[in-house]
Design a binder for this molecule. Structure first.
Ligand code: GDP
Ligand code: IMO
Ligand code: MG
Length: 406
């Protein structure tokens, strides 16, 4: 049982890596987040952004499970299933939604919009209704996928939640027939897989720095993308997890508001954004870009118990003469010993950089470690030393095969 999760602010190329690994697994499981995620997989030469369906879907032998920790938007789900069917992918009997997963309904999306509009300092949410759905979940007023088996019960609960319960009830009913065949007791399903010795891969959405507990609160999402989220989001015990693989980009990106200490100056940022095609897979917004922050990734490695990591998009750094790596932060002249929890502190810190020479030529599409230029190897080694984990895979392009397994 392996976990793949993001070590930065999301968009680390988790989708590409999960698709690459999934051939060796019987199931891929999402454990948190919702349609705020955008995981890009290249299938038959086409860029496919997945929002709710796990990135194992392109391997016919792989069961895809949406765990109880995920919030499911019926509209987004139907759209995605139809898109996959147009690509010739059968989803019935392969895609399962946990009966304990909460539903994101139109009023959640509206509330997300309204709250975002009203905020003086915006979070820059994806406006997919994520925060309000989790608010209802923890406020114990949410509607769960399994409730669709009992429409009358849904109606009764809605009268407490919303002013227009009939309208919302009609909306839910209109999706009921489509959704029902996909809903199952995912705890049972996953534990049966476990007993049968099947291999399960857990796919994180977002990233450690967007975690509601460990991220740059309040500029975070409303779930736990970190390793602990796997257990609460699926019903799989911590003792069943063998390995947590962290995915980090060779530089840093962030979409939405909040501190990003290593952010590039505008001109250079533009250059990397173009080269790395750094535009959101869900909202199309430009991503903010910065240097690799080893101080931040070290913190993420610690929280998740990561020993092995994937370094992605190394090709985007081709041709940069001097590459900077953040090794620590200083506050009022004093070096910090731990990653700060307050955004106020993060906005004031002075970043300590180390400079190392880049490499000539391109690493694009390289599949063997030996073939990497010396400068690229030096960069990877230094990252390993600074973050305290081994770089076991290096992604050198968006395609499934463009990867080095060290
Ligand atoms: P995720 O949310 O973590 O799955 O990442 P996204 O899919 O949102 O963003 C990653 C983007 O980088 C996608 O457009 C991928 O196709 C692309 N990508 C993945 N790996 C590489 C790589 O090694 N090099 C380059 N240049 N692009 C990559
Ligand atoms: P993947 O899985 C990058 C960001 C939003 C915003 C904050 C809160 O593709 O890595 P939300 O809609 O969740 O309430 O927004 O989190 N965010 C992401 N950033 N990648 C994601 O997912 C994200 N999902 C949410 O931009 O700053
Ligand atoms: Mg993404």
């Amino acid at each position: 049982m392996w976990v793949v999760l993001g070590l930065q602010w999301g968009d680390e190329a988790k989708g590409k890596f999960v698709d690459y690994l999934a051939g060796g697994f019987d199931a891929v499981v999402r454990y948190q987040g919702g349609a705020n995620a955008g995981h890009t997989v290249i299938y038959k030469g086409k860029k496919v952004p997945l929002h709710l369906i796990p990135s194992g879907i392109f391997h016919p032998g792989c069961t895809c499970v949406i765990g109880n920790g995920v919030v499911l938007d019926p509209e987004a789900f139907v759209k995605e299933i139809k898109m996959l069917e147009e690509l010739g992918i059968e989803t019935k009997g392969r895609v399962w939604i946990s009966d304990r997963a909460h539903l994101t309904l139109p009023y959640h999306k509206r509330k997300d919009e309204e709250r975002e509009e009203r905020r003086k300092r915006k979070i820059g949410t994806t406006r997919r209704g994520i925060g309000p759905t989790y608010m209802d979940k923890y406020g114990r007023t949410g509607i769960r996928a399994g409730d669709l088996f009992y429409p009358e019960y849904v109606k009764e609960r809605l009268s407490f939640n919303v002013e227009n319960p009939d309208e919302v009830f009609e909306f839910i009913l209109s999706y009921r027939d489509f959704l029902l065949p996909y809903i199952t007791d995912a705890v049972e399903l996953l534990h049966r897989f476990l007993e049968e010795g099947k291999r399960i891969l857990f796919e994180g959405a977002q990233g450690t720095m967007l975690d509601v507990d460990f991220g740059t609160y309040p500029f975070v999402t409303s779930s736990n993308p970190t390793a602990g989220g796997v257990c609460t989001g699926t019903g799989i015990p911590p003792t069943a997890i063998e390995k947590v693989i962290g995915v980090a980009k060779a530089y840093t990106t962030r979409i939405g508001e909040g501190p990003l200490p290593t952010e590039f100056p505008p001109e250079f940022e533009e250059r990397i954004r173009e080269k790395g095609d750094e535009f959101g897979a869900t909202t199309g917004r430009p991503r903010r870009c910065g240097w690799f922050d080893a101080f931040q990734v070290r913190y993420a490695v610690k929280i998740n118990g990561v020993r092995e990591m994937v370094l992605t998009k190394l090709d985007v750094l081709d041709g940069i003469e001097i590459i900077k790596i953040a090794t620590g932060y200083r506050l009022d002249g004093v070096e910090l010993s731990s990653f700060p929890s307050s955004p106020g502190t993060l906005e004031r810190v002075e970043v300590i950089y180390e400079e190392i020479p880049g490499w000539e030529g391109s690493v694009k599409g390289i599949k063997r470690y030996e073939d990497l230029p010396h400068g690229a190897k030096r960069y990877i080694k230094r990252i390993e030393e600074l973050v305290g984990a081994r770089v076991k895979w290096i992604s050198t392009g968006p395609e499934r095969e463009e990867i080095i397994h060290v």
